[in-house]
Design a protein around this ligand. Structure first.
Ligand code: FE2
Length: 131
């Protein structure tokens, strides 16, 4: 069996539709909130159907020099077109685009982890400086 850490897939988001894109300032002032937008499928749209969709995005933050990351937020996307008429009939589809906000006294690394119900777990990272 594969080691679980080997199942965290990474790629260039411009070429791979599953990769979460983290958009936020590279540097914030101490005491300011860090606001970030994260989306999946920014360059190449990911399917959004009852059978194939992005189900969640989780955000973690690892402050510089620390061993354990903190979970900042978790978003679940729950509507994928299903209704009593069957798959892809409701016209309601959650989209994998989120905004979050958190404070930190230290810089560090943000990780966004997206889960596709068909194609597994995808990770991207972005460093942020606090100064
Ligand atoms: Fe997928």
């Amino acid at each position: 069996m594969a080691d679980f850490r080997d199942l965290l897939q990474e790629a260039d988001w411009k070429a791979e539709k599953h990769v979460p894109v983290i958009e936020c300032p590279e540097k914030i002032k101490k005491g300011d909130s860090l606001k970030l937008d994260v989306s999946v499928g920014k360059q190449i749209s990911h399917p959004n159907t009852t059978e194939h969709h992005i189900r969640s995005i989780e955000l973690y933050f690892l402050p510089s020099g620390e061993k354990f990351p903190y979970q900042v937020a978790r978003f679940e996307f729950s509507a994928h077109g299903e209704s009593v008429q069957g798959p892809n009939t409701s016209t309601v589809f959650s989209e994998p685009k989120i905004s979050a906000c958190f404070k930190t006294e230290k810089g560090g690394t943000i990780a966004a982890i997206a889960y596709c119900n068909i194609h597994g777990i995808w990770k991207s990272e972005k460093d942020v400086i606090v100064g």
